[in-house]
Design a protein around this ligand. Structure first.
Ligand code: 13P
Length: 255
């Protein structure tokens, strides 16, 4: 039985105005604000961070951002930095999401710089990795994931590594309704934990949470979360409504 506390993070992507985000956050706070069995993070769009931070104040729900720039400040039009997020009480930041990699050209070296910057500024990075359908069909899943993990985490010190969260999100399972089987997911999660062991030592690897993401829903969550190396979920669609997100928290608490 793992000693890692389960973590459920909602990635709201480009959904919800600040007002709509507050409504959802209020519903979550009312239901789980003091439920300590599972760590809970919500990641609204930048425009809702401040108002959601106020709504979450006093609850155990943590606030995450969906991206950030590696530099603390400067001439980077349209970007947001770690100190800016910290000033809004953000504790987590999703980095290298496949949508950022595919649609905005984010590379492993860029993810690496952001990861190092997040850790330097006491933000917990949720570093996303995962293969495309073509890569899975070519039997290169593990090779792809290995490169993303090794390049993305280059230079992370052993002392900081336990603050990392890794999210395994097979690209073909994101927003498609196609979920990885629990065996497929567990295989990759165990592989990632092995890699983390080589990078940071086994005891450190045992402390790092590895989340599954990709069409995770209340119906398929119990089986995924029962796997030895699946420590929670990074939830897209099912995090946009209180009912389904709360059901996922309940599934994690029961696993
Ligand atoms: P879905 O849960 O909508 O498939 O999205 C997963 C995801 O990309 C979370 O970051």
């Amino acid at each position: 039985m793992s000693t890692r506390k389960k973590l459920i993070a909602g990635n709201w992507k480009m959904n919800k105005t600040a007002a709509d985000a507050v409504t959802l956050a209020q519903e979550l706070v009312a239901a789980v604000g003091r439920q300590p069995a599972v760590d809970v993070v919500v990641c609204p769009p930048f425009t809702a961070l401040e108002s959601v931070a106020r709504t979450l104040d006093g609850s155990l729900i943590k606030l995450g951002a969906q991206n950030m720039h590696a530099e603390p400040s400067g001439a980077f039009t349209g970007e947001v930095s770690a100190p800016m997020l910290r000033a809004l009480f953000v504790t987590h930041v999703i980095l290298g999401h496949s949508e950022r990699r595919q649609l905005f050209g984010e590379t492993d070296p860029a993810v690496n710089l952001k990861t190092l910057a997040a850790l330097k500024h006491q933000l917990r990075p949720i570093v996303c990795v995962g293969e495309t359908l073509a890569e899975r069909e070519a039997a290169s899943t593990l090779k792809v994931v290995q490169a993303q993990v090794e390049r993305g985490l280059e230079g992370v010190g052993k002392d900081h590594a336990a603050n990392l969260v890794i999210a395994y999100e097979p690209v073909w399972a994101i927003g498609t309704g196609k979920v990885a089987t629990s065996e497929q997911a567990q295989e990759v999660h165990a592989f990632i934990r092995g890699l983390l062991g080589k990078l940071f030592t086994d005891p450190v690897a045992q402390r790092i949470r590895i989340l599954y993401g990709g069409s995770m829903k209340p119906a398929n969550a119990p089986e995924l979360l029962a796997q030895k190396d699946i420590d929670g979920g990074l939830i897209g669609g099912a995090s946009l409504e209180a009912r389904s997100f709360l059901d996922l928290l309940a599934a994690a608490a029961a696993s």
